[in-house]
Design a protein around this ligand. Structure first.
Ligand SMILES: [Cu+2]
Length: 558
């Protein structure tokens, strides 16, 4: 008998399941009242949180019809897009915006990526209007497959009663917004449903119905549920819990984790967790809680009627559905993301030791109103090869500039504009990166086209967190806030928050790295990693040899 290596068997298994999956996203305006207040949203196929569900190894073909009256682009958050860099969906980075009336066909292979992702517009903060939804990759080789009976997705978001253009141009970029305050949402949604108190704002009344029914999830006693939690908010950072139940976390951002039992999960914008919930409590109705935590918290008088304590209901199928009377578990067992190790993943000792990294980057940022009183976010970088100070990212402008990836493909050694905060990396090099936070709030940073390892986090000269198990790996991580200043958190003399990351740049292309708070991104808290492939054959398409290597609509429509 011949012995076949396991890896061969596994790849055979993948190819058996892999298929080409076709989807259509028809982007259009749709009048909805998810929290009781009726307004025009931008939705795909007329549905809030339209889901895309595929299997490991699949080719995914998504035809996007832009029936809006504004340009847009759709990003597949967490997908590496290896070999299809122009499908990443970052407007003016990897493609031209899709003009009103135009079509863009996104086509990519998910490779070995599995788990919980999401799709969202990546242009001018548009996703907060509703251009967002789950992207789920099911895994026939899921090591936890036998530990749950059902698989469901729960989105958390913040909901605004105004559109993104108004919020950006009238509220955020306002000369009177001298504190760079972010727009405050009117409500929070769980599974696309929330409840707004219409009596708070008189002018809202004619479009508003009180006591909007909350989202209800019904469970069968004794059954086990994998719940995929996705934070699709513009800014809101949620503390999530379910009364009377523990949550066994098994996945973060598409990466299996060591099984970790908690009863509270703190989740930032763009992050995802899967946990297993067993319906083994007394048959009853329980509160699902998602409590917003953010910088609006100290000034609750100015909250537009926002109730930061967002609720949904977990109902056992053998009792009558009713408003729960449960309370939150008294002893909190929180999830510590900096310690949530990857299942069978790498340890610190498997990575380069500190002196062996190919490049070290020290990044800090400033957020505030230094420029003509308009909110501005800037990045400073110290590294072996790059130095820039207080530099604000400016998106290449449609009609004037080219998308960054196009500039790179056309001339892989050209100097790219400083305004995109470019950082060149060599193909396959390891980069050590420390992000320092001198601000009073946590900021969730996201990398396109890669995931990063989290080596440690904490506050300088103060406690730090570093596990001795396997390292966490994911695509979005919050940097701890600056704490303990003389005048309180975030004041002068506070201890800066930091997170240390290790990134292997094994994906040629132009990849954004940015804060996922939409307002901060719009203010310029963004930089661009540039990997030109170092001339490796096929690293980037050669448009002279093969003009059709990239679809014409990627670069020719702006
Ligand atoms: Cu931020």
């Amino acid at each position: 008998m011949h012995l076949v290596p396991t890896t061969v068997l596994l790849s055979l298994l993948t190819s058996v399941f892999a298929a080409t999956q076709f989807f259509t996203l028809d982007l259009a305006y749709s009048r909805q009242s998810p929290d009781g207040f009726a307004m025009d949203m931008m939705l795909a196929n007329g549905q809030i949180d339209y889901p895309i569900v595929v299997n490991r190894g699949d080719d995914v073909v998504v035809t996007v019809f832009n029936n809006l009256n504004v340009s847009t682009a759709i990003h597949w958050h967490g997908m590496y897009q290896k070999g299809t860099q122009w499908m990443d969906g970052a407007a003016m980075v990897t493609q031209c915006p899709i003009q009103p009336g135009d079509v863009y066909i996104y086509e990519f292979n998910v490779g070995d990526q599995v788990g919980t992702y999401w799709w969202h517009a990546h242009f001018k903060s548009q996703y907060i209007n509703g251009l967002r939804g789950p992207l789920i990759i099911k895994d026939p080789r899921d090591p936890y497959l036998r530990q749950y009976d059902y698989d469901l997705t729960v989105t958390l978001t913040d909901f605004f009663h105004n559109g993104s253009d108004y919020l950006l141009n009238n509220i955020f970029y306002n000369v009177n917004n001298t504190n760079a305050d972010e727009p405050v949402p009117e409500s929070g949604l769980i599974g696309g449903v929330g409840r707004y108190n219409c009596s708070v704002t008189q002018s809202h009344n004619k479009n508003c119905k009180n006591n909007n029914p909350l989202k209800q999830y019904t469970v069968t006693p004794g059954k086990r549920y994998r719940i995929r939690l996705i934070n699709t908010a513009a800014q809101a950072h949620y503390t999530f819990s379910i009364d009377g139940h523990n949550l066994t976390v098994i996945e973060q951002d598409g990466v299996y984790t060591d099984p970790t039992v908690v009863n509270e999960i703190s989740i930032h914008s763009a992050q995802r967790y899967s946990f297993i919930l067993t319906a083994n409590a007394a048959a009853s109705n329980y509160w699902i809680r998602a409590v917003m935590f953010d910088t609006w918290a100290p000034t609750p008088t100015n909250l537009n009627g926002l109730n930061m304590d967002v609720r949904a209901i977990l109902s056992y199928s053998n009792v009558k559905a009713a408003t729960p009377i449960t309370t939150k578990q008294a002893a909190v067992v929180p999830l510590v993301p900096y310690l949530l190790g990857e299942l069978n993943g790498l340890k610190q000792t498997d990575l380069p030791d500190f002196w062996s990294y190919n490049q070290t980057l020290y990044m800090s940022f400033a957020y505030g109103p230094p420029f003509y009183n308009y909110p501005t976010a800037t990045i400073s970088i110290d590294s072996d090869t790059v130095n820039f100070r207080d530099s604000q990212y400016v998106m290449p402008m449609p009609g004037m500039d080219r998308p960054t990836l196009q500039s790179l493909i056309q001339n892989t050694t050209a100097r790219l504009p400083d305004t995109i905060n470019p950082i060149s990396v060599h193909n396959n090099e390891w980069v050590f990166m420390m992000i320092q936070n001198s601000d009073a709030m946590e900021h969730p940073f996201h990398i396109h086209g890669h995931s990063f390892y989290i080596l440690g986090a904490g506050n300088l000269r103060h406690q730090s967190v570093q596990g001795n198990g396997t390292l966490p790996r994911r695509d979005t991580i919050q940097v701890p806030a600056c704490v303990g200043g003389r005048g309180g958190t975030g004041e002068q003399g506070c201890l800066k928050g930091f997170v240390n990351l290790a990134i292997k740049f094994d994906n040629p292309g132009a990849w954004l790295f940015h804060c996922h708070v939409e307002w901060h991104m719009s203010a310029g808290l963004v930089m661009t990693f540039i990997n030109n492939g170092d001339g490796a054959p096929g690293a980037l398409p050669d448009l002279n040899q093969n003009p059709d290597a990239v679809p014409w609509y990627a670069f020719d429509t702006c």
